[in-house]
Design a binder for this molecule. Sequence first.
Ligand code: BES
Ligand code: MN
Ligand code: ZN
Length: 499
Amino acid sequence: MEMIVKLAKLEEETVDAAIIGLLEGVEMSPSTAAVDRALSGAIQELVEGGDLSGKSGECAVLYPRGAVAAKRVLVAGLGKPDKLDLDGIRKAAAVGASKARDLGARHIASLVHGGTAPEMDLARRAQAVVEGTMLALYRYPAERQKPPEENKEVESLTLVVQDPESLELALRGARLGEQLGKAVTLVRTLVNHPSNIATPTFLGQTAERIAQEYGLGCRVYDRAWAREQGMGSFLAVTQGAGEPPRFIVLDYDPGIPQAPTVVLVGKAITFDSGGISIKPSENMHLMKGDMAGGAAVLGAMQVMGAVRPPVHVVGLVPATDNIPDAQAFKPGDVVRAMNGKTIEVHSTDAEGRMILADALCYADRYHPAAVIDLATLTGACVVALGANMAAGCFCSEDWLQDKLLQASRGTAERIWPMPLFPEYRETLKSDVADMVHTGGRFGGVGTSAVFLQEFTSYPWAHLDIAGMGFSEQKPANAYTPKGATGYGVRLLVDLVQSW
Ligand code: BES
Ligand code: MN
Ligand code: ZN
């Protein structure tokens, strides 16, 4: 989708749909009122007649019959003025864009919503409009013998700005929104891809392409390299998988000698069958999405390359299938991780923490200011917090948790603080190794986190995104369609940008 930002009047844009926002229960913003005047008060009439209120999620379609240059005017609800935030803007943009596409609009124009709320700066509002639009219009490029009949796609979005001083700001925000939109699109498609397409090799190639296009360093390592590194925990999971594993390193260097280093680690189990501790077959197909953490890291690294923040950012993505064959690791096996600690395997279905263990050890070589890992790690986290509610956030330092919470608020990618009780460690005691990798029946999300902590030696945050990577039923919200969500990209970028 092409994106244009310009100094113009929305009434004069020749597009298939002009999108404006409407707040609930208050006077119209000057720019919305200008469109209403051009329509001889048609919007006001709808409001007075009770047909339109400005509620979030609402969208009215008006046919201006030549009164404005656009073929249609779409009025998207922004909700109550005291509740309006960036996510309200994102959602209104999403509802407007979805409606426009349904109606067959190819070229759309929009105001930068929320202008009456001065506490939200124009750049972030423009960013939110572009994000909401791009994320709502996402479709998985499915291979079908017969292409869908309704081949409707929006080709361009024009953001109009009223005064010359704000053009620069709007442009900056819109460009960032566009980069985030592109990256989330990439992540969703990677996660939606079946595991016979999105193999570790494919993820490695994707990383190389991102590095080429966005100016990042990139290394894609194989099994032999992991052996040299002493990554016995990662290797155990790869043993039974026919697909060759990959350990992906993306490196964004800002070229500033004193820049702090932030390492992002993402679990990329390209298919989680459970291994020898095999999963029930019902819903096993969803485990193609067990690489959502790794995909989010690839997406975030792409945006680093595009926006080039003054922080050294490294992305580590251990990638492998978890599939059983005659070589497969087995319950009872003892393996040695890169930091020398030995691990007794109980369930081969607790594979995520095993590949992360070595990736977390490897992160140490960068002397990081912080390491953040994202992983679809435990069903227990989904039981605790619910699906598409929040990622469980386990953090070794309060300041890091505060930064993450701040990023979470701005992006509406929710995280929820969870405890790293040292007592969880008791449940990991082993008779034959330094630890077992799973705890008992209770507190499964907490025990997985303290297991990971054994492999960290720096400020660290672990985000369990098991409930966030995929939305199975209805859309999670107006800009998150069914299927892969692309969770984490916007959160990580916001975190790094405000470092
Ligand atoms: N990938 C799964 C966790 C998962 C579950 C992600 C549901 C997304 C949705 C993970 O590898 C796993 O199988 N975890 C086990 C751990 C257990 C064996 C200790 C689980 O949660 O059951
Ligand atoms: Mn598993
Ligand atoms: Zn898994």
